[in-house]
Design a protein around this ligand. Sequence first.
Ligand code: 13P
Ligand code: SF4
Length: 350
Amino acid sequence: MLDLTDIRGTLRAHYDLEPSLALAEAMSDIHARMGRVMPMVDWAIHAPYVRAINELKRQRNAVVLAHNYMTPQIYHGISDVVGDSLHLAIKATEVEADVIVQCGVHFMAETSKILNPQKTVLMPDMEAGCSLAESITAEGIAQMRARYPGAPVVSYVNTTAEVKAASDICCTSANAVQIVSAMESDTVIMTPDKWLAQNVALKVPHKRVVWWDGACIVHEQFTAQDLRDFRDWNPGLKIIAHPECPPEVVAEADYAGSTANIQDWVTAEQPKQVMLVTECSMASNISDANPEVEFLGPCNMCPYMQKITLEKVLWSLHSMTGVVEVNPGVAEPARRAVQRMIDLSRRLAG
Ligand code: 13P
Ligand code: SF4
């Protein structure tokens, strides 16, 4: 567990982290990307951290890979690459810098390390986990293989390196339908997200999809009734869901897709009012790029993603702590499963 009192003292001794409206004004080009969701007084608190991190990134030859669920000050302030899990995994294969700072959750940092064993991968808070990744172990994969002999195992990237290593191929929410469809076997095992698996099963009726009993603690909170209520209260509202939601929730939505697919849909369709049935930071991060769109709906936050803060990013880069290691005996088979996904995804995309 990080000792934040200690960390704060050390950071303040090395960097000027006092809130500053003058600095906030001087860095207004960055603030302009999130002005709709961040008052200038809040930016005055974040700007000194953003300045310090961006300077340290240069000194350490580091890049920040950030998931779409990061806070706006991370997403717009310090990131070199932003995106969904698939995009981040692909971009991780192309990093030339010496250090990768993963702003996301632990399985994403492990994926970056698996794809870049020679690089230093930093995780600003090792406790940023994921309810899906925690729901299954390699032993669970062995149980599924024993129950469905010969069936290939397609594991969501939201899994540990050990689980990836025990799987045939990975998938993300952006490519799960295509990956499962491309499997030769009639029966396909999907782990660990039962809701993603059931949403995929509806799209590939020619396959028998069987699943593990895991779920995302953020997306399983939404109900179909919530969506119907929001539509009743806001006629004309468009509703976009993430496929980690239960199928009856996805059925009420106008469109479902990965976080990057959601962003693309909003950018292309420009709905007057939209509700993103996913983690709440997503809407904040794309709000300024879509000034004509009003974002409505409840704010469900992922407690794991929200563990990543500017302060912890600065600390990990300053102290070079939070180094992610993956045992090479696990990393190699895990890399094969991730690389198969990337290669198949590219081939299927033509
Ligand atoms: P995406 O791959 O759609 O970004 O989803 C990752 C995730 O953790 C969603 O909860
Ligand atoms: Fe895991 Fe859900 Fe958080 Fe995504 S939103 S990291 S799936 S717990």
